[in-house]
Design a protein around this ligand. Structure first.
Ligand SMILES: CC(C)(COP(=O)(O)OP(=O)(O)OC[C@H]1O[C@@H](n2cnc3c(N)ncnc32)[C@H](O)[C@@H]1OP(=O)(O)O)[C@@H](O)C(=O)NCCC(=O)NCCS
Length: 200
């Protein structure tokens, strides 16, 4: 079971069965589909959402947090897979489903919270993600969190009349050690706490 963790704006908790209708809605949203899959027409059945939920709950190399406001409203999801403790790596994806919350710091806060979990709790060496080149808001958010570009995969999808690239971004434990104290010094930043729900 994943621990509940709290940042300045958000709390992250493990996905529960009751979240699945909301996740299904987000997975079938055209704009989120564009940003997450470069495909605004991609649709996901409830069966597929359920299958992935069971995978997250049973496969130790993957998982999903629900991103909530501090007062408990679910606003998005943050998933990971390829969590290989021997290699010290994992891969992330994030989607704020409620669009009113885009551009207000919630995604970056969620990312910082989860990086604390991966680097301080699980002691990974490197966390990676992929982002399409047209997703300038996400790239700005990831850079704020300390991610750097590791490589580019060219022409991975044809979107809205043009080929787009996949930008591969990473943050290493050394980069995290440099940026984390800066976040802590920022006036608005409260160090992420860990609730008593922490599993063994
Ligand atoms: C990507 C995402 C998680 C980022 O979270 P967020 O809360 O919106 O991001 P933040 O507000 O913390 O940071 C966004 C930064 O981009 C800037 N920004 C906002 N809109 C922008 C835009 N259209 N283009 C470029 N930069 C933009 C903001 O100014 C902010 O930087 P600043 O704090 O230095 O001013 C969220 O927007 C989201 O879920 N989007 C839809 C799904 C998605 O794109 N997922 C990522 C797939 S890889």
């Amino acid at each position: 079971m994943l621990p509940v963790r709290t940042g300045t704006l958000v709390t992250l908790r493990e996905i529960e069965e009751a979240d699945l209708p909301l996740v299904w809605e987000w997975e079938n949203d055209s704009e989120l589909g564009l940003y997450l899959n470069a495909d605004p027409n991609k649709r996901m059945s409830m069966d597929e959402v359920r299958r992935r939920y069971h995978q997250y709950r049973t496969d130790p190399t993957s998982g999903m947090f629900i991103i909530c406001t501090r007062d408990g409203q679910a606003i998005g999801m943050l998933g990971f897979d390829r969590l290989y403790r021997d290699l010290g790596t994992c891969r992330l994806f994030i989607g704020i489903g409620l669009k009113d919350y885009w551009g207000h710091g919630y995604g970056s806060d969620a990312m910082r919270v989860v990086l604390g979990y991966f680097f301080q709790h699980i002691t990974l060496g490197k966390v990676q993600l992929s982002v399409y080149d047209f997703n300038t808001r996400a790239i700005a958010s990831y850079r704020k969190c300390g991610f750097e570009v590791e490589g580019v995969r060219r022409n991975v999808a044809f979107v809205q009349g043009r080929w787009c690239d996949s930008i591969e971004m990473v943050i290493t434990v050394d980069q995290y050690a440099q940026v984390q104290p800066i976040w802590e010094k920022q006036d608005s930043y409260v160090p992420a706490g860990e609730s008593s729900h922490e599993p063994g």
